[in-house]
Each structure stands twice: as C-alpha cells, then as structure tokens.
Design a protein around this ligand. Structure first.
Ligand SMILES: C[S@@+](CC[C@H](N)C(=O)[O-])C[C@H]1O[C@@H](n2cnc3c(N)ncnc32)[C@H](O)[C@@H]1O
Length: 331
C-alpha cells in the first residue's frame, strides 16, 4: 500500500527523519515515492503499522486510495474509486481537503458527493465526530485521496507543555521535539536520559511504553523528574542521583538508546569548565548505549572526535538567544 505522511511545517526535515527511523526500527521495507516540504509518500508491502501512534512531528498519515494527475479531470478520478474498500454503511465519515489557493473549487463537496452516490445516499456523514476520514490533498499537479489511519493529537501534546508540569524549568524541550528525538533513536524497549532535568524527554518515552532511565546531578531534578513522570501516569522508571560521567556504572549496563538535552547556558551551575565536562560525559555516554544516541546542544559538537558516527545534525532556532542542534549518533 501507499502511505502519505503529512509532516510538521516548522520541522519537516526532522519529521521526515522521525517517520523513516520508525519504519527502520520496526523493520518495515519501503520505497520512497515522493517528498516535498510537508509531504512524504512511500510504498510498503507491510500493513502492520501499529507504531504510528508514536509519531510526534507528523500531523496525520493517509493510506492512499488514489494518486492521479488533476489534468485527468476530477470527475474521472473520483468515478474510478471503489469506496467500499475504505468505507461502509455501518460507519460515519467526513471529507477534508488541503489545497493552496482553492485550486479546485468545491473539492470537498465533489469527493463527498462521489462517496454518497457510490453508496446510493445511504452512508452517513458526521462532521464533528466521524468514524472514518477521507482526505484530499492537492500537491504539484497531483491530487492524493486517502483514508486517515493516524492523526496526532495536538491537544494531548499541548497538555504536556513544560509550564504545565508540576516540576518546571524553562530549559525543557518541546514535547513534540522530545518525542521525535526518541523516535529517531529507534528505541523500542528503553531510553536513558543522563541529564534528566525535569524529565521532559523521559515523559515522552514513558508515554509510548518504553522503560525510562534517568540520571541527574541535582537531587531536586531527580525528585522533580519522578514527580513529573508520575503526574503523566508513568511508573516504569528508574531515576538516579549521579554524574553523567559515570553513566555506565550507575545502571551497570548499557541501555538501548540514549536521548538527552545536554546542559548549557546559565542553567549549568554545576560545572564551570563546560568543555571538559562535555568531553568526560560524552565519553561515558559512548559506552552506555547500544543502538543510537541523540543529543541536543546549543552548538554543533565534534562527536566524531570521541568515536561516534554522526548520522545527521538537525539545527533549529528555539528563540532569539537559543539555537538547538540535535545530533543523531551511532557507533
Ligand atoms: C538542559 S537540562 C536538561 C533538560 C531536560 N531535557 C528537560 O527536559 O528538562 C540539564 C540538566 O542536567 C543536569 N546536569 C548538569 N551536569 C550534570 C552532570 N554532570 N551529570 C548529570 N546531570 C547533570 C542539571 O542538573 C540539569 O537538571
């Protein structure tokens, strides 16, 4: 089947990496068909896609029903669709469209009419709480029509904004980015954050069912992280007071993946010589993961000098005095 991932507009590069990393983690073979800004289309023979719920930077995923050139004529495109494969009379549906400049007038209505006609006006539409959703997206010279198989809940992510947690620090990372960092790490079992802070990264890992391990050098962060995890119902955690320089020894084993936002700027009261601290911590981190290591920093760091392979670095501006560099590393 063909899938369309509609990616986050602000972070489409990381969003694409997140989606592809999840496919790799779950051993899904695919062929990339098309990519452009927010649109990623691929083909796969695998239909077991129950990991899509993990996505943080994809707005929604469609199973593509039809992908045709609009010059073929909209009526002709719609008339060849067998809607009974995707919709049925026992379920309600809604049509949604996305197109720039309203290029095809009444596109939504045209699709809805085609569905209604197919089912002899017997299928019920429900515009507020439909069971199935058909989406039409116009891109370039093509119209994709698909059935939504995943939609990310904006409201749920908004509920986890750092300022809404019981233990709060302004340095904490946006939950959608934290989720994407976990997904690019390809972790399926467990994640370690050796600079746990307020637990922003670990909350996202815990919510997708991973075991979470954390280290922080400050007692108040250790207690705060536990408090935050519990407030989101996460119980499978192991958070310890300690120094990231001893990441391996603290848990006595290496963890599947490490995902962290390293301390920087004014919040780093603990270490005056930051470069020395980074080097010592990153050397220890190198020994403490198996799959991938994803590290956020306020600058690009030469991780290759420590022995890591740098898969890619994603840079984005958080606010006027902070640009984050997310390093995705392997061995
Ligand atoms: C940038 S914050 C982490 C933010 C975190 N990602 C969050 O979402 O809240 C850095 C944290 O690292 C901790 N820290 C600083 N030096 C450390 C070290 N050597 N070992 C472990 N933790 C350290 C600080 O106490 C602070 O809580």
């Amino acid at each position: 089947m063909k899938l369309l991932f509609f990616l986050s507009g602000g972070h489409n590069y990381l969003a694409k990496k997140e989606a592809l990393a999840l496919l790799a983690a779950y051993h899904i073979d695919y062929k990339l068909i098309y990519e452009e800004k927010q649109i990623l289309i691929l083909e796969t023979l695998n239909s077991k896609l129950d990991f899509l719920f993990r996505l943080g930077l994809t707005h929604f995923v469609l199973e593509i029903i039809d992908d045709s050139y609009i010059e073929d004529g909209i009526e002709k495109i719609l008339s060849k669709i067998d809607w009974s494969i995707y919709l049925n009379l026992n379920r309600t549906y809604k049509v949604r469209t996305k197109q720039k400049d309203n290029r095809i007038e009444n596109l939504e209505l045209l699709i809805a009419k085609s569905i209604s006609k197919f089912f002899n006006d017997k299928i019920k539409a429900d515009l507020t709480n439909p069971m199935d959703e058909i989406t039409g997206i116009l891109y370039g010279k093509k119209l994709v029509i698909g059935k939504k198989i995943f939609e990310r809940s904006k409201t749920e992510f908004n509920k986890r904004k750092p300022q809404l947690r019981p233990f709060f620090s302004p340095t904490s990372i946006d939950p959608r980015i934290a989720r994407a960092m976990i997904n690019v790490s390809q972790a399926k079992k467990e994640v370690l954050d050796p600079f746990a802070g307020t637990g922003g990264i670990l909350i996202e890992a815990g919510l997708i069912g991973l075991d979470v391990y954390g280290i922080d050098i400050e007692e108040k962060s250790v207690e705060g992280t536990k408090m935050n995890l519990l407030s989101y119902g996460i119980k499978n955690y192991n958070i310890k007071l300690g120094d990231a320089r001893n990441s391996y020894d603290i848990f006595g084993k290496s963890i599947e993946s490490i995902v962290t936002d390293a301390p920087y700027g004014r919040s780093t009261k603990v270490d005056k010589d930051k470069d020395k601290m980074y080097r010592e911590c990153f050397i220890s981190i190198y020994d403490s993961f198996k799959k991938k290591c994803v590290i956020g920093l306020n600058r690009e760091y030469p991780f290759d000098e420590i022995g890591f392979n740098i898969d890619f670095v994603y840079k984005f501006r958080v606010h006027k005095s902070l640009t984050r560099y997310i390093h995705v590393l392997s061995k």
